[in-house]
Design a protein around this ligand. Sequence first.
Ligand SMILES: *Cc1c(COP(=O)(O)O)cnc(C)c1O
Length: 392
Amino acid sequence: MRFQTRAIHGAKSADEQAKALTFPIYQTSTFGQQEAGSPTVFDGRDLSYARSENPTRTQLENALAVLEDAKYGLAFASGLAAVATVLNTLKSGDHVIACQDLYGGTYRMLTKVFQKFGIEVSFADTTDLANLEKALKPNTKIVWLESPSNPLIKITDLEAAAKLAKRRNALVVVDNTFATPVLQQPLKLGADIVLHSTTKYINGHGDVIAGALLTNHKALWDQLKFIQNATGVIPGPQDCFLVLRGLKTLGIRMDRHCANARKISWHLAKHPKVAKVFYPGLSTHPGHELARKQMKDFGAMLSFELKADVETSKEFAGALKIFTLAESLGAVKSLICHPPTMTHASVEPDVRRQNGIADGLIRISVGLEDVEDLIEDLEQALAKVPVPAGVA
Ligand SMILES: *Cc1c(COP(=O)(O)O)cnc(C)c1O
């Protein structure tokens, strides 16, 4: 079956009795047992207590696994709960290498939460694999990658990076939130674990916080599942239902997201008040060829620098009428943000600038509105930006 058919039909409905078209929400905390110590078995899972197993969550975990062509899935209360679960497999003295252009919350968790338990962390610009090779150490247990990355939309060669990490027996984790399984399936490129903030494209409607992990390794799944239950980082059944509903249209939404983003990137790239556009669909993007090889399309996240200072950039972001000034991404509504004061405010200013995140950087998540309206909205806000010196 092809992607969009699998998204709709992939996880079989276990609700054989009622034949409900949509899988029900099992809003319960526990399940009655036949006799002490023999829980009810439902869809191959022992139902004893709803932190350990809930049929709505199982249905979501199976559906997510189908999307990534993975054997095993796990659902979480947030993307960061999924991040914490992966990091909880480590012990003091282990080393993690993360890509430099990393989601701000993952950066914060590594440096402010796990480092104090003796986990060593280093960052490498993985768009050049020589940097990754240099950073690998005998105690490196995890290589953490994002491609396209956030907020500079950099592309890392996932297959080559995974090969390098595997030679040193490090686990490869790919945060695939930006690309979604429609555009890229990292397990096929050698990743051990794929992570999603399903808050974003997979749910797609901006009404849920949730996360996921996918893997093909049974032992790894068992370990992650143990931690999921032991630390209690589970999503509630209503949130599982919403993500299940959202993911059925993922393929269709991504087509439109990408088409809209492509047109906006062309428009911004030729605008005299725009200094730089970061979008892998543009042939001027350093990762363009790699993205063509590794992805089916270029996604709907793009960043750009205005020929303007911080204050003007902030004013520009606030002057849009259709784009909502907000953190997050991947929803039907287009969003705009100023990473230095919003999503990446938890990264120290000097680290941020060193990583190429200029003070005037603007990031947009292109939604599903009519693209002409989005372009007109950007135009009216750009018109308010003073003409930079040297532009006729
Ligand atoms: C949003 C996001 C996360 C964190 O997910 P939450 O659901 O907000 O906890 C992790 N990685 C990326 C790339 C994200 O965009």
